[in-house]
Design a protein around this ligand. Sequence first.
Ligand code: NAP
Length: 266
Amino acid sequence: MTIRIIMAGPRGKMGSESLQMIENEPNFELIACIDRINNGKKLNEVNGSLHLDVPIYENPEKCFQENEADVFLDLTIPDVGFEHTKIALKHQMRTVIGTSGFTNEQINELRDLANAKKIGCIIAPNFAIGAILMMQFAKKAAKYFKDVEIIEKHHDQKLDAPSGTAVKTIEMIKEIRESHKQGNPAEYETIEGSRGGEVDGIRIHSVRLPGLVAHQEVIFGGPGQTLTISHDSYNRKSFMEGIKIAINHVMELNELVYGLENILDM
Ligand code: NAP
């Protein structure tokens, strides 16, 4: 069965990689794109390297009205992705969201909308299978190590901090670890922010530098030992297998699922 896809963010780094993935996947067909420029043009007019003869729309409402698709894939920025997703769900379209940085309130609003309409929706802060395993291993380690800090490192164009993956990792660790303050109770900062952000005593540090893609270390400490669990995405190909799995899986769903780990056989 062919899965017809509408994608938002075709000029972005994730979007460009996904276009190639979709073009190479025999059961995927791109039928339209949403972008804030190039309205009315065809994708192959603005991106010479691709053979995709599909229309570009600036207006998502119009795009969803004029094109009958199976799945909407969003790879843009948080506020835009949130609005796109609401419109897609309103049009009864299953959605796969790679855009990271949604607030809990936004995720809950989308969950209410998708579940009420019984439409599949997958929001995944990280589509790299290795990153999903890194989070699962961190959750297991949290049973034995109660002190943990996270260092996440991303390219310097990333808008949200901490990363969606770091937030998700903390949520998973919190399922196991009891909230407590870490470090010296009397510790203080001579430069504001030195100890990073804090959730339930877990410290989180966000690095933004050119040259990086997406990297995370979860460092556990206990008497006489540390355990570091780390994952590195060196390029955006690392996310494509997860996106493929999500697009196929969302066809079977009738509710919102947050996190790729919930659809993988772990
Ligand atoms: P990017 O290269 O900056 O691409 C973002 C795209 O969104 C650009 O094409 C941008 O267009 C477009 N955009 C911005 N504002 C828009 C608007 N108002 N209407 C329509 N399109 C708009 O970023 P990226 O690296 O591809 O990442 C895209 C998203 O995926 C980010 O949220 C990132 O955090 C997330 N991400 C997720 C994963 C995962 O595994 N889930 C992995 C990597 C990245 P302009 O050029 O005109 O601004």
